[in-house]
Design a protein around this ligand. Structure first.
Ligand code: SF4
Length: 356
């Protein structure tokens, strides 16, 4: 059996509903770009079986870019004078969310750095108030990503209406992790995701690629995220950031990210897997969807002074990271933007599965 047949066999096994093990996933992740098309086709077929033509569009509101942490890959790390800093008021965030909801997104992703001003209150009352206000104004599901927080904060977030807790491990290989999230214990993040699930929140984990990771590292991450049972799993390509210790890193190409999206779909066909606009802007969207993604993240409205995370400016002022720009790209691939009702139905079904 030659290598091509092996890959065809792995794809066939995934399509038959078998679980690919870590070794098989590493094999998929080691493919060259010219060999990847059959993996992408299998990933699209699995997406079709589980989600039909529906794609979920997420609005992104990075409401505070202040942070007390020193992640080596991040533009917003503490003390980086190259970082744009702002902190939006509750009223500003609510107004932005109202407009995003009107534009057709199905979820509002309220993202923040670990802002020392917010963390001056360990109960994160300002974040809880923001969740309440955004829910009341829009009625849409809300995702938060406050970092590792106390259990009572997680319970409070759920009780006040938050649906999602996003906490990215970036890599599930401890030696690689230590070079990225400096001073943030590896195990604490896994514990926080578990605590969030116990509090009733849906959970997103995710990885970066292009930070010295290998196919074996990424396969380990995929298995770890599958074993964790996380509801949304993402991969993004590292973008070197000015003023950071990794600024001089050679920018990786996107092939590892695309293969990882497909491998995530093969390994976890029924989970939500994002195509982020925050790596390559609108021009990279189709490739990520063709690799098997079924969520578009980092939709950012223009003219309200918001930044992205990996790409702080790309496509934002031009209005390219909007629902109006994304929808025609979906249509070109035979896909469509799901309605808020369809999204809530998916969330409810997912919660019911997890409760059983
Ligand atoms: S990745 Fe998040 S926690 Fe780390 S420095 Fe950036 S904003 Fe802060």
């Amino acid at each position: 059996m030659d290598r091509d047949t092996d890959i065809a066999g792995l794809c066939a096994r995934a399509l038959e509903g078998h679980q690919l093990d870590e070794r098989a996933l590493e094999q998929v992740l080691s493919l060259g770009a010219d060999e990847a098309s059959q993996v992408f086709a299998a990933a699209r077929e699995l997406r079709r079986r589980h989600f039909g033509d529906r794609v979920f569009l997420y609005g992104f509101v990075y409401f505070s870019t202040y942070c007390r942490n020193l992640c080596n890959f991040c533009l917003y790390r503490a003390g980086n004078t190259a970082s744009p800093r702002y902190r939006k008021s509750l009223d500003e965030v609510v107004a932005i969310c109202r407009d995003l909801a009107g534009s057709g997104v199905v979820l509002l992703d309220l993202t923040m750095g670990e802002d020392p001003e917010l963390y001056a209150d360990p109960g994160l009352r300002d974040l809880l108030d923001l969740v309440v206000a955004v829910r009341r104004e829009t009625g849409l599901p809300v995702m938060v990503s406050p970092g590792v927080v106390a259990r009572d904060v997680l319970h409070g977030l759920r009780e006040l209406g938050a649906d999602w807790y996003a906490l990215y491990q970036e890599t599930h290989t401890p030696e690689v992790y230590e070079r990225l999230r400096v001073g943030q214990p590896f195990a604490a993040r896994a514990d926080a995701r578990l605590a969030a699930r116990r509090a009733g929140l849906l959970v997103e984990d995710g990885i970066l690629t292009g930070i010295g990771d290998t196919p074996a590292d990424r396969a380990r991450s995929i298995v770890s995220m599958r074993d964790g049972g996380w509801d949304q799993v993402r991969v993004m390509t590292f973008v070197p950031q000015e003023g950071t210790p990794l600024a001089g890193t050679e920018p990786p190409d996107e092939s590892a990210e695309l293969l990882t999206i497909a491998a995530l779909r093969l390994a976890m066909p029924g989970r939500l897997i994002p195509a982020s606009l925050d790596v390559d802007g609108l021009r990279g969207l189709e490739r990520r969807l063709q690799a098997g993604a079924n969520v578009v993240t980092s939709i950012v409205p223009p003219t309200v002074g918001l930044a992205g995370v990996s790409q702080s400016e790309l496509d934002i002022d031009e209005g390219h990271r909007t629902v109006a720009e994304v929808v025609p790209r979906l249509a070109g691939l035979g896909l469509r933007a799901a309605s808020p009702q369809e999204y809530v139905a998916w969330l409810d079904a997912r919660r019911a599965t997890r409760a059983s």
